[in-house]
Design a protein around this ligand. Structure first.
Ligand SMILES: Cc1ncc(COP(=O)(O)O)c(C=O)c1O
Length: 388
């Protein structure tokens, strides 16, 4: 038989989703793959029930239903502080995941370089390899996950096509400040580099931190692609609705890839999700307060247990230090698998996020009902004995 693609062996299956399978296998509480165990807003579920009878049920228009794009333009325009054209500046995709893939394919040619901060969301490396691009990793240094501007500029000197930024950042929980984004923007403009933003956690930010949209920084609209989705903001990760927002010349190319990649996002779900996009500002305030509440429960619990962690500025992830509980010579992957079985809580080994040699960090997520978080913390309370 002829050789299959040489790209696949360059990345493994998703470690995050593998931890979910292990977690199901051994009945652990799954704090690995980030998704809520609580319901989406009732208004969305009610509307979905109506749509199941009223339709639509057939292929959507490829760039996304017009009423959805109109609602999206209003909602995103309000938060980004600019008027967005629903016809020329956006496309609705199968999650932000597809938006990122379409964008990378639309911007790059084989051999192009993409700057990626490490630790990074594991999709980025795989997606870059799929597009025959080469990542240049720039460290975000623990425990505060700041970057060295000199190291970043060194990466820009290597002639990348784009920088890919997750803001707020999975897994570090970092929220890039306006000053940091301005510094990156100056480099993008000076070295003629596109900014691909993954902003799925834009509404999960803890005060006093605030989310700044890269495309709102002067000079950046022309070269920024904002990828995001409804997955996190409306607790509907399974609906698979995402989008990209970019100026028309870039968007025209992204739409071409989208058209042939997936045809379109699911039409009944887009129809139902319009209700979410039309939510008032109070929805986002309550949503943020709910996440602050869950974070408080989880960090208070970790404090009681004595586990060290970096307090996230945004997202629903926490990077924690498992060094004190590891056996000599144990890898973080082995530790996490053993922990799922013996402690009954699943998390993700840090090596799946870090480019650097880091073996003592794991990622927990806390988008869970209070009782789930309390149960997980109870199991973690005697982690030292259980993992001895
Ligand atoms: C940083 C980041 N980007 C994208 C995604 C995927 O988003 P979507 O459900 O919109 O495909 C996730 C999901 O965990 C994520 O953490």
């Amino acid at each position: 038989m002829k050789e299959m693609s040489r790209k696949c062996p360059q990345f493994t299956d998703s470690v995050i989703r593998r931890m979910t399978r292990i977690s199901i296998d051994c009945g652990a509480i799954n704090l690995s793959q980030g998704f809520p165990d609580f319901d989406p807003p009732k208004a969305l579920m009610d509307r979905l029930a109506e749509v199941s009878f009223a339709g639509p049920h057939q292929y959507p228009i490829t760039m996304g239903a017009l009423n959805f794009r109109q609602a999206l333009a209003k909602k995103c325009g309000r938060f980004m502080g600019r008027t967005l054209d629903p016809n020329t500046e956006m496309v609705v995709t199968i999650g932000s995941t597809e938006a990122m893939v379409d964008t990378i394919f639309a911007l790059t040619n084989p051999g192009d370089k993409i700057v990626i901060f490490s630790p990074y969301f594991e999709n980025y490396r795989a997606q870059s390899i799929m597009a025959d691009c080469e990542p240049i990793f720039v460290p975000l240094v623990p425990p505060h996950y700041n970057f060295d501007p000199e190291v970043l500029e060194d990466a820009f000197r290597q002639g990348p096509k784009a920088i890919l930024i997750c803001n707020p950042s999975n897994p570090s929980g970092k929220v890039f400040t306006k000053q940091e984004l301005q510094l990156i923007a100056e480099l993008c403009i000076r070295y003629d580099v596109y900014a691909i933003m993954d902003e799925v956690y834009e509404h999960i930010v803890y005060a006093p931190n605030v989310h700044t949209y890269m495309n709102s920084i002067p000079g950046m609209w022309e070269r920024t692609i904002s990828c995001s989705s409804l997955s996190k903001t409306y607790s509907i990760t399974g609906w698979r609705i995402g989008y990209a927002i970019a100026p028309k010349p870039i968007m025209d190319r992204i739409k071409q890839y989208h058209d042939f990649m997936t045809v379109g996002a699911p039409s009944p779900l887009m129809e139902a999700a319009v209700v979410g996009l039309e939510m008032p500002d109070s929805y986002y305030a309550e949503f943020g307060a709910h996440y602050a509440h869950m974070k408080q429960i989880f960090t208070d619990g970790l404090d009681r247990i004595g586990m060290r962690y970096t307090d996230p500025q945004g997202t629903y992830f926490i990077l924690a230090d498992i060094g004190p509980y590891m056996k000599k010579g144990q890898t973080d992957v082995e530790f996490c698998e053993e922990m799922a079985r013996k402690v009954g809580v699943a998390c993700v080994p840090g090596t799946s996020f870090f480019r650097e040699d880091v073996n003592n960090i794991v990622r927990f997520h806390f988008a869970k009902k209070d009782e789930t978080l309390y149960a997980a913390l109870e199991r973690l309370a005697d982690i030292r004995t259980k993992m001895a």
